[in-house]
Design a protein around this ligand. Sequence first.
Ligand SMILES: Cc1ncc(COP(=O)(O)O)c(C=O)c1O
Length: 239
Amino acid sequence: MVVSDAVKLAPRAHAAVVTPAHQSPLGMSLSLPRRLALLDWSARNKAWIIEDDYDGEYRYVSRPLPALKSLDRDGRVLYAGTFSKVLFPGIRLAYLVVPEGQVEQFEQVTESLSAGCPGLTQTIVTAFIGEGHFARHIQRMRKLYAERREATAAGLESVLGKYVRIDLQPGGMHLILRLRGNRSDRRLVASMREQNLYAEALTDWTTRNDGVSALLLNFTNIDSRRTAENFGRRILKLM
Ligand SMILES: Cc1ncc(COP(=O)(O)O)c(C=O)c1O
């Protein structure tokens, strides 16, 4: 995110929704100077930054980056996290960390708007965290996903290397397969879905038609390089 461009586009914005740990969907991280520029903009304009840290725990190349919230001296950042990625989506549990002065208002709004998170689920997750299982779980999953990420990239590269360029982002749960030539990602995704193969088209994530063509492909369920090669061969048939 180029903060100065964003300010030009929306000079009267009251809030910015950002995913600084991993841009969604391309996975790059927001650099420190840009983080500081965003914080500076929010402090000067009394605007909010909504930091959506939806999968910041999964970073494979170095330690997880500190949240933007940790640099927030003026209390302008509302930090959102979720258990969808680190536990499972069906748990429907997420959280917001808001500045102290906002807690009461957020509690009121949550009580009147949200369907609520069951107390039992919250108590179980609290115990899971408190007893140290959660931290161990994340460490185990980070290691497993790092292996799967490497194996998937290597397997797909060996079969599809002529037709795609794989962007291996530092984190997240999917790879970006950039399609060489003029192949349409939407068409490929549609034929994959007919074969019960799931991917998303990068074009469906863009607002401008700037010629991007890529598949977003989740690697967390691909358990070996061989599985990835088989998967690659099935995609190759559809190209
Ligand atoms: C950008 C982004 N934010 C947040 C979430 C988490 O949403 P939820 O907690 O409703 O599953 C996701 C999940 O896929 C996401 O992709």
